[in-house]
Ligand binder design. Structure first.
Ligand SMILES: C[S@@+](CC[C@H](N)C(=O)[O-])C[C@H]1O[C@@H](n2cnc3c(N)ncnc32)[C@H](O)[C@@H]1O
Length: 232
């Protein structure tokens, strides 16, 4: 597999989900994590870097409106098709997000996005999110990878998640496949952007937010971090 950047990786037929069960429970858990943050039934949300957003309809049922932003064109087209009859969901490109009016959102969530962006790209997004957030709105940046992260810790977290959700054997073989797949090469070539807790809090502060680390990360990998921030 030849990929120029992470967006073309996510747009390709990649090996990240080991089977349909993994795909389903991953997105179910992320949807539950987002639902827990919805402060009122009228709240307007943006899930930036939503991926396949398989259970976004569950989120939409609990809020006033849900924007799903995805940069990878094929993923975005699938998400738009999946939710074409959901009145409360609108699927956007990153360029569409730039055209949203000021102060229209209560919550912006970006799960497992920061590591795929250069720090300057995240800084630019923080300014966009600040503009589109209402004065009391919040952002959540989750699944942030610290400097001390290891592939082994990620693998164990996946195996524990798989054991809890009935796909342990598939996860084991999926991990073996990953070791021998191009994913490792791509990961080495493209790299992740990693942040310590202090670095992320400083970045948020410099962008005009007051942030805190949340007690739990989104999803299954508690070796990674989640941050909640409000406009200062
Ligand atoms: C690791 S996936 C996470 C998907 C989903 N949020 C989840 O929790 O499973 C990262 C997603 O972010 C998308 N992405 C990367 N850069 C982006 C950007 N600048 N704007 C919007 N989406 C982006 C990728 O195409 C990919 O689908």
């Amino acid at each position: 597999m030849t990929v120029r950047d992470w967006i073309s990786f996510w747009d390709s037929d990649h090996p990240i989900y080991v089977n349909a069960r993994h795909f389903d429970v991953h997105y179910r858990e992320i949807a539950s994590d987002i639902i827990r943050l919805i402060a009122s039934p009228g709240a307007k949300l943006l899930d930036h870097g939503c991926g396949e957003a398989l259970h976004a309809d569950r989120i939409a049922a609990k809020c006033g409106g849900l924007f799903l932003c995805e940069a990878a064109p094929a993923v975005r087209a699938r998400v738009a098709e999946r939710f074409r009859s959901e009145d409360k969901i609108r699927v956007l490109s990153p360029e569409d997000v730039e055209k949203l009016p000021d102060a229209c959102l209560d919550l912006v969530v970006a799960n497992s996005l920061a590591q795929y962006l250069k720090q300057d790209q995240l800084k630019a997004l923080l300014q966009t999110w600040k503009r589109v957030l209402k004065p009391k709105g919040s952002i959540v940046i989750a699944d942030v990878i610290g400097h001390e992260q290891s592939a082994a810790a990620d693998a164990f977290a996946l195996l524990r998640f798989a054991a809890r959700n009935g796909f342990l054997i598939a996860a084991f073989f999926g991990l073996v496949r990953t070791v021998f797949s191009d994913y490792r090469k791509i990961r080495a070539q493209l790299g992740f952007t990693q942040y310590s807790e202090d670095e992320m809090l400083s970045l948020l502060h410099a962008a005009g937010f007051i942030g805190m680390r949340m007690p739990r990360n989104f999803g299954h990998n508690q070796n990674r971090m989640a941050f909640l921030a409000e406009k200062s």
